[in-house]
Design a protein around this ligand. Structure first.
Ligand SMILES: Nc1nc2c(c(=O)[nH]1)N[C@H]1C(S)=C(S)[C@@H](COP(=O)(O)O)O[C@H]1N2
Ligand SMILES: [Mo]
Length: 253
């Protein structure tokens, strides 16, 4: 049971619902385009409420070792057959580098050993998939904020994009988050899961954890991080593989 998170989710959903019904039942909104824009979609209402009702850096609930799911389900790509990925995996990811570029002062690559030598954070959290299942797992990795500090984010940057190694239905998987989530203390690039190296099924060698959002945001098989000011020209321009197929960009829980 997760009373705290459920209550928060319930409150937000109720308020978001209120916002939406307000829109439906209130004709004079047509004369106030700014308000219509604000309440124009449940997603925007959800984001707006999270930003105002909850403190910016509110933590997702963390659990204890006793809460770990006996088995953590794997979903989406679980064994990428992309040639570059296979080659890197067969070499134990010794040749893998996380490339960080785009709107940064010092674009550079990091080996797994370099990432492991950086400050680390461990957290036990619940992963919620949009399909309706949840699992609790323990994640260890480098806070994204630490990496952003190393490369120096340029003022024009607005989003952090994650480019993955796996192809689903002829498209490379990718994801993105805003800078507020990027600097959130629980946002980490994880290389360990449940005390051991991340398995291929769960995104080896490195996957994103962004704990206040749904599972599809948590990019596995991350090859490159890119700071961007818009999604134009990336995939279909909506900020992620599933977003390009109609899912919300801000997938708040
Ligand atoms: N690269 C990549 N990342 C991905 C996916 C994927 O197919 N490819 N699936 C997403 C979805 S829908 C979920 S629920 C989680 C599943 O993570 P898990 O396999 O560790 O359970 O990864 C997300 N990240
Ligand atoms: Mo998912």
């Amino acid at each position: 049971m997760t009373p705290r998170l459920d209550r928060r989710g319930f409150c937000l959903r109720t308020l978001a619902g209120l916002g939406t019904s307000l829109l439906g039942g209130c004709d004079d909104l047509s004369g106030r385009p700014w308000l219509r824009r604000l309440l124009g979609g449940a997603e925007e209402v959800n984001l707006w409420l999270q930003r105002r009702v909850l403190p910016h850096q509110a933590l997702a609930r963390e659990y204890g070792e006793a809460d770990l799911s006996p088995e953590f389900r794997a979903n989406g790509s679980t064994d990428p057959d992309d040639a570059d990925y296979r080659r890197l995996a067969s070499g134990g990811f010794a040749d893998w580098r996380l490339q960080i570029g785009g709107l940064v002062e010092r674009p550079q690559g990091f080996s797994l050993a370099e990432l492991r030598a950086m400050p680390a954070r461990t957290q036990i959290t619940r992963h919620d998939c949009v399909e309706g299942w949840s699992c609790i797992g323990k994640w260890t990795g480098v806070p994204l904020a630490v990496l952003l500090q190393r490369v120096g984010v340029r003022p024009a940057a607005r989003f952090v994009l994650f480019r993955c190694a796996d192809t689903l239905e002829d498209s490379l998987y990718y994801e993105s988050i805003g800078l507020d989530d990027a600097y959130h203390p629980q946002t980490i690039l994880a290389y360990d899961m449940n005390g051991g190296a991340l398995a291929v099924a769960h995104g080896a060698p490195l996957r994103l954890r962004v704990e206040r959002q749904l599972g599809y945001k948590m990019a596995k098989y991350v090859m490159a991080v890119e700071l961007v000011d818009s999604f134009a020209g990336i995939g279909s321009g909506r900020g992620g593989y599933w977003e390009d197929r109609g899912y919300e960009w801000y997938a708040g829980i």
